[in-house]
Ligand binder design. Structure first.
Ligand code: G6P
Length: 569
């Protein structure tokens, strides 16, 4: 959430290069953007437009914003500048009100409504008192509460300064330049060497040198080599990344299944033995990854394992954690702040922490004692598709290790078959796209899928959609069913209870669409097990959501108000 980047270079570069790199982080937020290159301050609302400013510079900082404090305005866009100091910030300052009040009492005038401007006004004020920036940064880190990855430039100073607490920050070691960024995508096309900041570290960066500090001591941090495919900037023949990513599902699913028998075999077996050793296993996640976690909990539960899935943002409020608990974070980005907080709480209570991630070297991978990768490759579209399919498949693989019978190996081929249903789903979407409300019903493994399909529809088409347990419908929501209201029913193998719920809405005039395994279903899924049905029906839902959004002319890959990586609480 918010992307930051700086370049410190031997050879001059232009804003065009800086912004091309910043654009690689745009999925982290796209409300506004800006940069400071020592000569020029630019701030704009909306998506990043690559500047034609050819002025050569050797250092710059930039930011792409997902608004938290203060609306989407030019004043609230980063960088923020005070006196000779300029900063960009990702994170949330908790005690900004007190510090702002104090600075206002000292005569400072604020130009924006952001918590971030308080950082720059503080740094500038301290400089005006005659202090050096390298002495001010540790004081800033002691004074400010909350989360931050901040990049700082001072007029007339050739260094870029960086400080981190909880928000992600990495230093890319490139030929003739050093690049600080929120994540490795920003520089993964030109280097495979990076240093990852740990909490409460700060650094001084020049084009060739880096010095890291923590608690008043100099640190000896070494670069590590990372493996990560180069960003797929090209949508190829697809009009949207979301569609391209759905079409990658069969191949990335095969890659995951193969790796669990080869490269990741040892880690996978370790995770299985951690589950066996634990008194209970708790998955924690947010959004789409939570729905995959619900599937995981249900798969394991069916194998006699004590397993639960708890939404990360409510983790502390709904579960007791102790040293016999295994907590498994499920996360595409590996950076979701609610999940990080749930893991900190788990560790503080003695639990063992493992994770299932997509982005390697992410904060959550690094804070886990064991981490498995879902190998979906980079997801560019904000709505998660191929990552969900691989998260759910990882869950299925785990259940298989506990005796759950399933056809994991046949899944990639079946996913290809599902993609060929696209014309039917397009026709259905064209019929449904003008509706204001839509309900998706499921039971057992169909319940998480119902929620996931509804989430996809909400996220990208802005149609109100509710995914719920078929059995719960009669306890309230059925009051909303009237003539023509669309209800999607997920029915595996003629399940009598789901048939019953479906009849109840049909009797009240609902326009019912059955996604099922029997021939009379509107969309027939050739699944041989309930688990297979759950995963394949999710892909059907992704395609349907995509075509509803397309018919409504929505900006599919970057829906309003959302971001792919949510690094604030
Ligand atoms: C955001 C994204 C969702 C994602 C959720 C959890 O809300 O827009 O697509 O499911 O975060 O993200 P994670 O990276 O932890 O899976």
């Amino acid at each position: 959430m918010c992307g930051i980047i700086s370049i410190s270079s031997d050879k001059p570069f232009t804003s065009e290069e800086l912004l091309t790199r910043l654009k690689r982080l745009e999925y982290r937020g796209y409300d506004s953007w800006g940069y400071w290159n020592g000569k020029k301050l630019t701030k704009e609302i909306g998506r990043i437009t690559i500047s034609d400013d050819k002025e050569p510079v050797t250092q710059a900082i930039s930011h792409t914003r997902w608004a938290t404090h203060g609306g989407v305005t030019q004043e609230n866009a980063h960088p923020h500048r005070a006196g000779k100091v300029t900063i960009v910030h990702n994170g949330i300052i908790e005690n900004w009100r007190e510090i702002k009040k104090d600075l206002e009492a000292k005569g400072k005038t604020f130009l924006s409504e952001t918590d971030s401007e308080v950082i720059v006004q503080y740094l500038n004020h301290e400089r005006e008192q005659g202090k050096e920036i390298h002495n001010i940064i540790p004081a800033f880190m002691n004074t400010f509460k909350g989360t931050f990855a901040a990049l700082i430039m001072v007029d007339g100073d050739e260094n870029v300064y960086a400080a981190k607490r909880d928000s992600p920050l990495a230093l890319g070691i490139c030929d003739g330049r050093l690049i600080l960024a929120s994540d490795i995508y920003a520089f993964s096309d030109i280097t495979k060497q990076a240093i990852f900041f740990d909490n409460d570290e700060w650094a001084i960066i020049t084009p060739k040198t880096y010095m890291f500090y923590k608690d008043g001591k100099k640190l000896d941090k070494q670069p590590q080599t990372f493996e990560w495919e180069t960003l797929e900037e090209d949508k190829k023949e697809y009009p949207h990344f979301m569609l391209k990513e759905m079409h990658e599902e069969p191949s990335v699913n095969r890659r995951l299944i193969d790796s669990l028998a080869t490269d990741q075999k040892e880690s996978f077996e370790k995770l299985v033995s951690l589950i066996k050793k634990a008194r209970k296993t708790v998955f924690t996640a947010a959004g789409t990854a939570y729905h995959a976690s619900l599937l995981g909990a249900s798969f394991l539960h069916q194998c006699g394992v004590n397993a639960q899935a708890i939404i990360a943002s409510e983790f502390e409020n709904f579960i007791t954690i102790d040293k016999d608990t295994l907590v498994i974070a499920v996360t595409q980005s590996g950076e979701t702040m609610d999940v990080i907080e749930a893991l900190k709480y788990s560790k503080a209570n003695g639990a063992t922490v493992a994770s299932i991630v997509n982005v390697p070297y992410s904060s959550i991978e690094r804070m886990s004692s064991l981490s498995l990768q879902i190998l979906a490759g980079q997801e560019v579209a904000v709505a998660s598709t191929k990552a969900f399919t691989n998260q759910a498949s990882m869950m299925l693989a785990l259940a298989q290790a506990f005796g759950y019978e399933n056809g994991l190996d046949a899944l990639p081929k079946k996913l290809s078959g599902i993609l060929s249903l696209e014309p039917e789903l397009k026709t259905l979407a064209e019929e449904l796209h003008e509706q204001h409300d839509l309900y998706v019903l499921g039971r057992k493994l169909g319940y998480p899928v119902a929620r996931e399909i509804a989430l996809k529809i909400k996220e990208i088409s802005y149609v109100h959609a509710e995914g719920m347990m078929g059995g719960e419908l009669k306890h309230g929501t059925i009051a909303l069913i009237e003539d023509g209201v669309p209800v999607i029913s997920l029915i595996y193998d003629d399940d009598a209870k789901m048939r019953g719920s479906t009849q109840e809405v049909r009797a009240r005039g609902a326009r019912v669409v059955v996604i099922g395994t029997t021939k009379d279903a509107d969309i027939v899924i050739p699944a041989d097990s309930e688990a297979e049905f759950a995963i394949l029906a999710s892909t059907v839902g992704q395609l349907l959501a995509y075509h509803i959004a397309l018919a409504r002319n929505c900006p599919i890959d970057k829906p309003r108000n959302l971001a792919k990586s949510v690094t604030v609480l």
